[in-house]
Design a protein around this ligand. Sequence first.
Ligand code: PLP
Length: 402
Amino acid sequence: MRKEDFPIFKTSVYGLPLVYLDSAATAQKPSVVIDKMTNFYQSHYGTVHRAIYKLSKEATFQYEETRSLVRAFLNADKNEEIIFTRGTTEAINLVAYSFGKAFIQPGDEILISEMEHHSNIVPWQLLVEDRGARLKVIPFDERGVLDLKAFEKLLSSKTKLVAVTHISNVLGTINPIKEIAKMAHAVNAKILVDGAQSAPHMKIDVQDLDVDFYLFSGHKIYGPTGIGVLYGKEALLNAMPPYQGGGDMIETVTFEKTTYNVLPLKFEAGTPMIAEVIGLGAAIRYLQNIGLEAIYTHEQELLNYATKKLKEINGIHILGNADKKGAILTFTLEKIHPLDLATFLDLQGISMRTGHLCAQPVMRHFGISSAIRVSFGLYNTKEEIDYFIECLKKAVEKMLWI
Ligand code: PLP
């Protein structure tokens, strides 16, 4: 699907075609994103919001136009609810700091799940330590499915926030966010959803999901690095103090007292990532032209095809066998170290991830310290999966023989 849109696939790896199976870490960039950013730097570059000259007005227009694109992409109600951050990680840290300062008291509880990326664990640990609050963990079962009964038991009037991932970056599990949001709201808790692995692969509707915060990274949706999005319900964002102080986030500054700008600029201190925002806009347009539904269908086909082929290999253990999964396949192989396998496959032109995958608690759940992960993007093909499986079989044969 549209592989020709991505110039990186014209390059080779060790003289072999590149087979890129690490889109869950970061996605490759289509020409429309690269060209948009190059053109902006070459012909239109200027600062935003502060100046009246033509370049600045045009840059501001494109920057704010992207905010409208993101609003539509998430089906948020208002542009004021869309905050640009450096990525998912910064968006979570922003909420932990600012929501935490406004709403978390000693004895309060924050619930996260056992399948979170470190980015959705550590900021909450920092917060509860600071506020004298408690962090509690929703477990998942052997198939990698969240235990909603255990979740229900953990919920109480002390719960102030539930922070869960939409799609696990290791297990691939698609969590039932609408249901989780309903359960959280029933005890008056807020819900934050880590959309780093869902935004690139499926249509998101924050109003239908009824989530309070949703966040994702530009670089995983085929846009540039250094840009991410925090969606937050307007009333909540209005009730939260600024995360950082500096230019653009103020209304008036005196030495005695500073007043803050309105949303969304209250949370965007300093000169922002202008070209990155504009590149993100190009990525969103690109995804919308193809259609998120078409992307989802294509990637599900790849996932099912690869799962079937992988299961034919002796000694393989797939981590995560939920009924509803995103295009992520993580596994271990008996008697073969993930690093050895990845080194062998790299020499065949295949890029994939090994290690703890920024989810050490998930590794601990399965009693391992590292695993192998392949993940798919819209550009991957069944032929690439065939090649990967063929190389994998060769690697297993060689390594077991040694
Ligand atoms: N959450 C999940 C589920 C992820 O997969 C990732 C990145 O791999 C992140 C958060 C962090 O994203 P970033 O490093 O772009 O901030």
